[in-house]
Design a binder for this molecule. Structure first.
Ligand SMILES: Cc1cc2nc3c(=O)[nH]c(=O)nc-3n(C[C@H](O)[C@H](O)[C@H](O)COP(=O)(O)OP(=O)(O)OC[C@H]3O[C@@H](n4cnc5c(N)ncnc54)[C@H](O)[C@@H]3O)c2cc1C
Length: 452
C-alpha cells in the first residue's frame, strides 16, 4: 500500500482534468497538468467539438464545492424545456423539463467554463499547467512520460483525463490492466451557427433547447450569450454522404428545416466548411494500473451526447475519485479499484440512457404515446414528490447514482404503462410501493445558478 507518489501528473486540462487537479490541490498535493492544446484563455483555441453544452446538477455540485459557481452563473443561459419544432407548419411548443422552477438545464460555452476551471486550478497555488505538451507514451517501468516533441518527464502517478483517445488508457491497456472498445454510432454530427438578428438578439427563445425532430435525424439548438445559437445536425452517415454539394445541402434544409434554413443565408458555406464529427460509446474494463495510473472522464467512459451528460458525468467522476483518495490516502491502488467498482455501473447506465435519449429526442418527443407517458410521469411526481421522478429528471436534476436512476425508471415505466393501458387502475397505490427517492446532495443547491 502506498500514498500518491510525486510527481503527480494530470494529462489533459479539460473539465475532468482541471477539476480533478483542483480537488487534488485541495488535499494538499502539488500537481502538474500537461495539456495538448495552447491556453484557451490566451488564444482562440479550437476546442474540437460542441461549442456549447448543457450543464446540469451533477456538474453544478462540484462547481459549488470548489467555490466557482458564482463565475459560472455569469456565463450560463437557463433552458427550461425542449422547444419542439414538430413539423414545418405548426408553431413550436415547449415541453417543460420539470414542474419546479429550478428544473432547468444550463447552456454554457465549453471554452468559457474550461477557462474558469483553469483559473481556479491555478488559484490553488498548487497546480502548474503546461500547455502545448501532447503526451504520447507512458512507460510504467521507468515512470516516464514522453511527449510529441520527444521530451520526457518523470511521474509518480498519472491521472489520464486526456479524452476518448487517451494515451494514458492505451498505456494501461498495453500493460494488460485494461481492455476497451468503442461502439461507433451509424450517425454523425455537424455544428452550424444561427447568428443574432439585426438588433443583436437571439432569433429563437434562448431559454429553451430547440429540437427539430425528424424521425431518423434531428437538428438541435442551444443559445450562446452573444445572441447566437450553436445548432447541431445529427443524422445517419448515409444522409451526410448524400449532402456532398451545395445544391443537395440547400434542398435538404429547405425541405426538412425551412424555418431554420430561412434564417441562415450562408448555410451551404457553413455546411461545407465545418467538420463532421463521429459519435461513439467507449466501453472499458480496467481503469487503473497499480498505483501508477488511472483514467477518468471521456478517457474511461465517453458516451454519445444525447443526454447532455458526458461532461457532467466526467465532473462527477472527478469528485468521486477525489473522495476515494481522501478516504484511503495510504492505499492509492485500492482507492483506484474501489472507485471503478463503485462507478462503472453508473457510467454503464448513463451510456445506455444516452443512447435511449437519441430516439426520444429525434422521434419520441412527437410521439403521442411518449407525450402521454411523460405527462403522467410529471403528474405522478406532483402527487408523490418523494417517491417518483421522471427518468430525465433523475439524471439531470439529481445526484442519485445513474444505475439507480435506470433501475427506478424501469419500474416507474411499468407502472405508467399499466396505468395508461387501464384507466381504472389505482396508480397511486402502485406508486406507493416504490422506495423513497434518495435525498438530494446537500451541495445540489437549486438556486446555485439563475433559472430565468
Ligand atoms: C457534440 C457533442 C455535444 C456534447 N454535449 C454535451 C452536453 O451538452 N453536456 C455534457 O455534459 N456533455 C456533452 N458532451 C460530452 C463532453 O464534451 C465530454 O464528455 C467532456 O468534454 C469530457 O470531459 P473530459 O475532460 O473527460 O475530456 P475532454 O473534454 O475531451 O478533455 C480532454 C483534454 O485532454 C487534452 N488532451 C487530449 N489528448 C492529450 C494528450 N495526448 N496530451 C495532453 N493533453 C491531451 C485535450 O486537449 C482536452 O483538453 C458533448 C460531446 C459532443 C461530442
Amino acid at each position: 500500500m502506498s500514498a500518491l507518489r510525486s510527481p503527480i501528473v494530470v494529462a489533459g486540462a479539460g473539465p475532468a482534468g482541471s477539476l480533478l487537479a483542483i480537488y487534488l490541490a485541495r488535499q494538499g498535493h502539488e500537481v502538474t497538468i500537461y495539456e495538448r492544446r495552447s491556453d484557451l484563455r490566451a488564444t482562440d483555441v479550437d476546442v474540437g467539438r460542441s461549442i456549447n453544452l448543457a450543464l446540469a446538477t451533477r456538474g453544478i455540485v462540484p462547481l459549488v464545492e470548489i467555490g466557482a459557481i458564482g463565475r459560472v452563473d455569469e456565463i450560463t443561459i437557463p433552458m427550461r424545456g425542449r422547444m419542439i419544432h414538430a413539423d414545418n407548419d405548426s408553431t413550436p411548443a415547449l415541453q417543460p423539463y420539470g414542474s419546479h422552477p429550478h428544473e432547468v438545464i444550463h447552456s454554457v460555452s465549453r471554452s468559457d467554463l474550461n477557462a474558469i476551471l483553469l483559473d481556479e486550478a491555478e488559484a490553488t497555488g498548487r497546480v502548474r499547467i503546461e500547455f502545448e505538451r501532447r503526451l504520447e507514451a507512458v512507460d510504467f517501468e521507468t515512470s516516464t512520460l514522453t511527449f510529441h516533441d520527444g521530451s520526457s518527464e518523470p511521474f509518480g502517478v498519472v491521472f489520464g483525463c486526456d479524452g476518448a483517445g487517451s494515451p494514458v488508457r492505451k498505456a494501461i491497456e498495453a500493460a494488460g490492466s485494461c481492455t476497451s472498445h468503442t461502439e461507433w454510432l451509424d450517425h454523425d454530427y455537424k455544428e452550424l451557427t444561427l447568428r443574432p438578428g439585426a438588433d443583436g438578439t437571439h432569433r429563437l427563445d434562448p431559454n429553451a433547447l430547440h429540437i427539430w425532430p425528424r424521425g431518423e435525424l434531428m437538428l438541435i439548438a442551444l443559445a450562446n450569450p452573444g445572441g447566437d445559437f450553436t445548432v447541431t445536425l445529427f443524422a445517419p452517415k448515409a444522409v451526410f454522404a448524400d449532402l456532398a454539394d451545395a445544391t443537395s445541402v440547400d434542398a435538404f434544409f429547405t425541405d426538412e428545416f425551412p424555418d431554420f434554413a430561412a434564417m441562415v443565408p450562408d448555410l451551404t458555406d457553413q455546411f461545407a466548411n465545418n467538420p463532421t464529427g463521429a459519435l461513439g460509446t467507449l466501453r472499458t474494463d480496467g481503469w487503473s494500473h497499480n498505483d501508477q495510473a488511472i483514467v477518468i472522464g471521456d478517457a474511461a467512459h465517453a458516451i454519445v451526447p444525447f443526454h447532455g451528460q458526458g461532461m457532467n458525468a466526467a465532473m462527477e467522476s472527478a469528485r468521486a475519485l477525489a473522495a476515494h483518495l481522501a478516504s484511503t490516502p495510504d492505499d492509492v491502488a485500492g482507492a483506484f479499484r474501489r472507485f471503478e467498482t463503485d462507478r462503472r455501473p453508473d457510467t454503464d447506465a448513463i451510456a445506455r440512457m444516452a443512447l435511449d435519449n437519441y430516439i426520444e429526442m429525434r422521434s419520441g418527443v412527437v410521439d403521442p404515446d411518449y407525450v402521454a407517458q411523460r405527462t403522467l410521469a410529471l403528474e405522478l411526481e406532483r402527487r408523490h414528490p418523494t417517491l417518483l421522478s421522471p427518468r430525465y429528471n433523475m439524471v439531470m436534476f439529481s445526484t442519485m447514482p445513474y444505475a439507480e436512476a435506470l433501475r427506478r425508471a424501469a419500474r416507474q415505466s411499468e407502472i405508467i404503462a399499466d396505468a395508461l393501458a387501464d384507466p381504472d387502475l389505482d396508480v397511486d397505490s402502485l406508486v406507493r410501493t416504490l422506495p423513497p427517492l434518495p435525498e438530494l446532495d446537500p451541495l445540489a443547491d437549486p438556486e446555485a445558478l439563475s433559472v430565468s
